[in-house]
Design a protein around this ligand. Structure first.
Ligand code: HEC
Ligand code: HEC
Ligand code: HEC
Ligand code: HEC
Length: 487
C-alpha cells in the first residue's frame, strides 16, 4: 500500500514538474576557449561555440520553396522577389526615391551587405550611414570617424572595413558579450531610442527582442536644408514609451520638421519622410504575443538539438519556412492549424494593404492633376489644400508602416488592421477634398482614375528592371476591382 502511495506521489510530482516547467530550459552552451573583447570575426567565436556558429552560417542557404505565401524571400527556387511587382501601386508612390527603383524581399542575414552591394546604387546614395543595420563596425566607426564615415561614398565606407569582414552582416558581436555570451546591442540609435522612451534597464527576455529590434526598427537619416545627410540614423520615437511606440507618435515625429524629410515624391512633388522595417514597433505595441511575454527569439530562434546538445537556432528565418517548430514549443495546436492561422491573418492584412495602397496612389494622381492646374495659374483654396496634404501624408505613412513591416500583419494583426483602416479613411477623406478642389478649378474628374502603373514599373534604374506580373500579390478577397483599376 505504502509503495502504491509513493508511486502515485512520484508520478504526481513528476507531472506537476512537467506542467510548471513547460517553458523549455535555457541551453547550456558548450564552451571550448575564450573570445577576446572586440572580436568581430565570427570564425573566432566559432572556435569557442562551434554549434552556434554552424547554425549561424546557415542563413546563407536558401529556404524551402512554397512554405510561405507572403514572404517569398530567398527560397530554393532562387527567385528574388520584387516588392514593387508584388504591390504595383508602390512603384507610383515611391517614384523619386531609391525604393521606387529596386526593392526586394529580404533574405537571410548572410546577405545583408551583399544585397546592398548588388542593389541599384540609388538605394545606397546616402553613403556610410546606410551601413547602420548591416555592418557590426558601424558603431565603432561612427565613434571614431564621425561624419567622415557617415557621409563617405558607400563603396568608400565599405573599404574602411577590414577586408575579411567587408561582407559581414549581423555578427556575434552585435548580440553578444564575448565573456559570458549575455545579450547586448551594438548600435547608438537603439541606445538613443531607448533613452527617448525612458527605458533604462533590459531584462534577459526583453533583450531577446531588443537584440533583434536594434536593426528591425524604423529610423530616419537626418538631413540638412539641402537634403544632405546630417548625422547617424535616429528613431522617430519622440513622445512614445516602452510597449507603446504608436503609429500616431511616429507620424507626429516624422512630420515635425524638414530634417526627417528624406526624398521628394515625383508624382506629388512633396518632400516626404519614410518608414523602414518597423518589426519591433509593431510587435511591441500590445500584440498578443508581446503581452504574453514572448520575444522575437522565441519564434525566430527556437531551441534545437545538435547531437546531444541544445542550442538556440541561429539560422534566423521565417517560422513558416522552419516548419513552425518554434510555435510548437509553446502551442499544443498542430503545425497545420498554426500555419492556417498565420495565413488567415496575412490574407486579411494583404487585402487591406492593397485597398490602402490604391486609395493613396489615387490621391497622388489627383494632386498631380491639381498641381498641373496650379502651374497654369489657378490657385487652390489654401486651407483645403493644406488639409488634403496632411491627410494624404497620414495615409501614406500608415500604409508604408504596415507594408514595410515584414510579417504581413502577423506580428500584431489587430493593430495592423486598425492602422490600415485608418490609412483608407485618411486617403478617402483626402480624395473627397481633392475632387472638390478640382471641380472648383473646373476639371472633370472621372469616377475611375487611371494610375498608369506600368510607366513606373518598367525600365527601373541601371538594371532596367521590369514589372513581373507573376509576382503580383492579388487581393485574396477579390474586392479591389470595386474601387480602382488594378494591373
Ligand atoms: C545587425 C542588424 C540585424 C540584427 C541584429 C538582426 N537582423 Fe534580421 N535582418 C537584418 C537585415 C539587414 C536583413 C535583410 C538581409 C537581406 O535581405 O539582405 C534581415 C533579415 C531578417 C529576416 C529574413 C530572413 C529570411 O530568410 O528571409 C528575419 C526573419 C530576421 N532578419 C529576423 C531577425 C531576428 C529574429 C533577429 C534577432 C535574433 C534579427 N533579425 C537580428 C538585420 C539584422
Ligand atoms: C509569435 C511568433 C513571432 C514573434 C514573437 C516574432 N515573429 Fe517575426 N514572424 C513570425 C511569422 C509567423 C512571420 C511570417 C513569416 C512568413 O510569412 O513567412 C514573421 C516574419 C518576420 C520577418 C520577415 C521574414 C521573411 O522571411 O521575410 C522578420 C524580419 C521578422 N519576422 C522579424 C521579427 C522581429 C524582429 C521580431 C521581434 C521584434 C519578431 N519577428 C517577432 C513570427 C514571429
Ligand atoms: C541577431 C542576434 C544574434 C547573433 C548575430 C548571434 N546570436 Fe547567439 N544568441 C542570440 C540569442 C537571442 C540567444 C539566446 C540567448 C538567451 O536566451 O539568453 C543566443 C544564444 C547564444 C548562445 C548560448 C547558447 C544557446 O544556443 O542558446 C551562444 C553560445 C551563442 N548564441 C553564440 C553565438 C555565436 C558564436 C554567434 C556568431 C557566430 C552568435 N551567437 C550570433 C542572438 C544572436
Ligand atoms: C513562447 C511561447 C509562444 C511561442 C513561441 C508562440 N506562441 Fe503563439 N501564443 C502564445 C501565447 C501565450 C498566446 C496567448 C493566447 C494563449 O494563451 O493561448 C499565443 C497566441 C497565439 C495566437 C492567437 C492570437 C493571435 O495573435 O491571433 C496565434 C494564432 C498564435 N499564438 C500563433 C503562433 C505561431 C504561428 C507561432 C510561431 C510562429 C507562435 N504562436 C509562437 C505563446 C507562444
Amino acid at each position: 500500500m505504502k509503495v502504491k502511495i509513493l508511486i502515485v506521489l512520484v508520478v504526481v510530482s513528476f507531472l506537476t514538474c512537467l506542467l510548471i516547467n513547460c517553458a523549455p530550459e535555457k541551453p547550456e552552451p558548450v564552451r571550448v576557449g575564450t573570445i577576446s573583447a572586440n572580436e568581430f570575426t565570427p570564425e573566432k567565436w566559432g572556435k569557442v561555440y562551434p554549434f552556434n556558429y554552424e547554425s549561424w552560417l546557415q542563413t546563407e542557404q536558401p529556404k524551402p520553396t512554397g512554405k510561405s505565401q507572403y514572404r517569398k524571400g530567398w527560397d530554393t527556387d532562387k527567385v528574388i522577389y520584387d516588392r514593387l511587382s508584388e504591390y504595383p501601386f508602390s512603384a507610383l508612390l515611391y517614384n523619386g526615391w531609391g525604393f521606387g527603383i529596386e526593392y526586394n524581399e529580404p533574405r537571410g542575414h548572410h546577405y545583408a551587405i551583399i544585397d546592398q552591394i548588388e542593389i541599384d546604387p540609388s538605394r545606397t546614395s546616402p553613403g556610410g550611414v546606410c551601413l547602420a543595420c548591416k555592418t557590426p563596425y558601424h558603431k565603432s566607426f561612427t565613434e571614431k570617424y564621425g561624419m567622415k564615415y557617415l557621409t563617405a561614398k558607400f563603396q568608400d565606407a565599405i573599404d574602411m572595413i577590414p577586408q575579411e569582414n567587408r561582407k559581414l552582416g549581423p555578427a556575434c558581436i552585435d548580440c553578444h558579450q564575448p565573456e559570458d555570451m549575455s545579450l547586448v546591442t551594438n548600435k547608438f540609435h537603439i541606445e538613443k531610442g531607448l533613452k527617448m522612451i525612458g527605458k533604462n534597464q533590459l531584462s534577459r527576455q526583453e533583450l531577446r527582442s531588443i537584440s533583434c529590434g536594434q536593426c528591425h526598427m524604423t529610423y530616419y537619416v537626418p538631413r540638412d536644408k539641402t537634403g544632405k545627410v546630417a548625422g547617424d540614423i535616429r528613431p522617430p520615437w519622440e513622445g512614445s514609451s516602452w510597449g507603446n511606440i504608436s503609429i500616431e507618435n511616429i507620424v507626429k515625429d516624422l512630420l515635425s520638421d524638414f530634417q526627417r524629410e528624406e526624398w521628394t515624391q515625383k508624382t506629388t512633388g512633396f518632400r516626404m519622410p519614410y518608414i523602414r522595417h518597423p518589426e519591433f514597433e509593431l510587435f511591441s505595441k500590445s500584440s498578443v504575443h508581446w503581452n504574453a511575454g514572448v520575444g522575437c527569439a522565441d519564434c525566430h530562434m527556437p531551441y534545437t538539438r545538435v547531437g546531444s546538445y541544445k542550442i538556440s537556432d541561429h539560422d534566423v528565418t521565417s517560422p513558416l519556412k522552419a516548419n513552425l517548430k518554434a510555435c510548437i514549443q509553446c502551442h499544443t495546436e498542430s503545425a497545420d492549424w498554426l500555419e492556417k492561422q498565420v495565413l488567415t491573418i496575412q490574407d486579411r492584412i494583404a487585402s487591406l494593404i492593397i485597398r490602402a495602397g490604391y486609395a493613396t496612389a489615387t490621391d497622388a494622381i489627383l494632386f498631380e492633376m491639381l498641381h498641373n492646374e496650379q502651374k497654369k495659374g489657378w490657385k487652390p483654396p489654401q486651407t483645403l489644400y493644406e488639409k488634403s496634404k496632411y491627410l494624404y501624408k497620414n495615409a501614406f505613412l500608415r500604409l508604408v508602416f504596415i507594408s514595410a513591416e515584414n510579417s504581413t500583419g502577423f506580428h500584431n494583426s489587430s493593430e495592423s488592421g486598425r492602422i490600415l483602416g485608418d490609412a483608407i479613411a485618411f486617403a478617402g477623406k483626402a480624395e473627397s477634398l481633392l475632387r472638390q478642389m478640382l471641380s472648383q478649378a473646373g476639371i472633370q474628374v472621372s469616377e475611375k482614375i487611371n494610375l498608369n502603373l506600368l510607366q513606373y514599373l518598367n525600365d527601373r534604374g541601371q538594371k532596367k528592371l521590369k514589372y513581373k506580373k507573376d509576382q503580383q500579390i492579388k487581393d485574396p478577397f477579390n474586392l479591389q476591382k470595386n474601387f480602382s483599376e488594378t494591373l
